[in-house]
Design a protein around this ligand. Structure first.
Ligand SMILES: NC(=O)c1ccc[n+]([C@@H]2O[C@H](COP(=O)([O-])OP(=O)(O)OC[C@H]3O[C@@H](n4cnc5c(N)ncnc54)[C@H](OP(=O)(O)O)[C@@H]3O)[C@@H](O)[C@H]2O)c1
Length: 260
C-alpha cells in the first residue's frame, strides 16, 4: 500500500535552525512523513550530518541569518533545491539573559535581528514563493507573553514576531497561504543548557558550569506541571500547523502547562 501524500505545507519545506534542537526535530518529523527539507544554520557539520542521513531529501545551506545579505534569495535557493516550496519554518533564534541596566547593545541588536527582523524578511520571501495552500510556522516563546526579569530583548522580539506572523497570515490568505506560531515553554536543547551567569560573574570552571546547568534545568522544570519539553513535542505542533488547511494567525502554546 502506498503511504498517504503529506499535506500541502509539509512537502517541500525551508527550515531555519534546522541543524539542532527544535529545528532539527521539525526536519526529522517532516522527513519521516515523506517530505523534503532545506535546513539552514551556521554550523555546516550539523546540517551536512542531516543531509547525509536523508540523501536527496534533506539539503544543507550554511548561512548567518543575522546578516541581511546572507538572507537575500534564501527562499528562492530553497525552492530551486526542492523543486518548489510549500512550507517555511523559522526556528533559528538566540537568547541572552541580561537584566535591565545591563543589556548590552550587541545582545539587544543580535536578538532583535535574528528573532524578529530575519523572520520578517524571510516571511516576505516565503509569501512571494510558497505554493497555494502552503504554510509558515514561526517558533516564538511563552516569554512573548510572560517575560522574566532578564528577557526584555528576547521577549520583545518574540512578541513582535507574533504580529509579523499575523500580518503575513492576513497578506497570504487571498492565496490560501497560512502563517502560525508555536509558543514553547522551556525545551531541553542547547539553548537552555548554556550556563546563565550572575551579575558580575565573568566565567565558570567546567565543574561550576555543570552544577549551574543542573540547577538551572531543575529550576526551569519546576515551573512546568508536565516537566521540561523535548524538541519532538514542539516539532509535532509545528508540523501540524504547517499542514492545517483552515488554521491561520494562531498562537499555539506548547508548554507543559507552564502558563496555567
Ligand atoms: N529551548 C527552549 O526552551 C525554547 C523555548 C521557547 C522558544 N525557543 C525557540 O526555539 C527556537 C529553536 O531553539 P532551540 O531551543 O532548538 O535551540 P538551539 O538548538 O540552540 O537552536 C537554535 C538554532 O538557531 C540557529 N542559529 C542561531 N544563530 C543563527 C544565525 N545567526 N544564523 C543562522 N542560524 C542561527 C542555530 O544554528 P547555528 O548555531 O548552527 O547557526 C540553531 O540551530 C529558537 O527560536 C528559540 O528562541 C526555544
Amino acid at each position: 500500500m502506498n503511504s498517504p501524500t503529506p499535506p500541502t505545507g509539509t512537502r517541500k519545506v525551508l527550515v531555519t535552525g534546522g541543524g539542532s534542537g527544535i529545528g532539527l526535530a521539525v526536519c526529522e518529523a517532516l522527513l519521516a512523513a515523506g517530505g523534503s527539507v532545506v535546513a539552514v544554520g551556521r554550523r555546516a557539520g550539523l546540517l551536512e550530518g542531516l543531509a547525509a542521513r536523508f540523501p536527496g531529501r534533506a539539503h544543507a545551506l550554511r548561512r548567518d541569518l543575522a546578516d541581511a545579505r546572507a538572507r537575500d534569495g534564501l527562499a528562492a535557493e530553497a525552492a530551486r533545491l526542492l523543486g518548489g516550496l510549500d512550507g517555511f519554518v523559522h526556528s533559528a533564534g538566540n537568547v541572552v539573559h541580561q537584566p535591565p541596566g545591563h543589556i548590552t547593545e550587541e545582545a539587544l541588536r543580535s536578538q532583535l535581528e535574528l528573532n524578529l527582523v530575519a523572520p520578517l524578511r524571510l516571511g516576505e520571501q516565503a509569501l512571494a514563493l510558497l505554493e497555494p495552500g502552503g504554510g509558515m510556522v514561526f517558533i516564538s516563546s511563552t516569554l512573548a507573553h510572560k517575560p522574566v526579569p532578564t528577557s526584555a530583548a528576547y521577549s520583545a522580539a518574540k512578541a513582535g514576531l507574533l504580529q509579523v506572523m499575523k500580518t503575513l497570515a492576513l497578506a497570504g490568505a487571498p492565496r490560501q497561504l497560512r502563517a502560525n506560531a508555536v509558543l514553547p515553554g522551556v525545551v531541553d536543547t542547547d539553548m537552555v543548557r548554556a550556563p546563565r551567569l550572575q551579575l558580575g560573574e565573568k566565567a565558570l570552571s567546567p565543574d561550576e558550569a555543570e552544577a549551574r546547568v543542573e540547577a538551572q534545568l531543575a529550576g526551569l522544570a519546576a515551573l512546568h506541571p508536565l516537566g521540561l519539553g523535548q524538541p519532538a513535542h514542539v516539532a509535532e505542533a509545528a508540523v501540524h500547523l504547517l499542514g492545517a488547511p483552515w488554521t491561520t494567525g494562531a498562537e499555539y502554546v506548547v508548554d507543559g502547562g507552564m502558563l496555567l
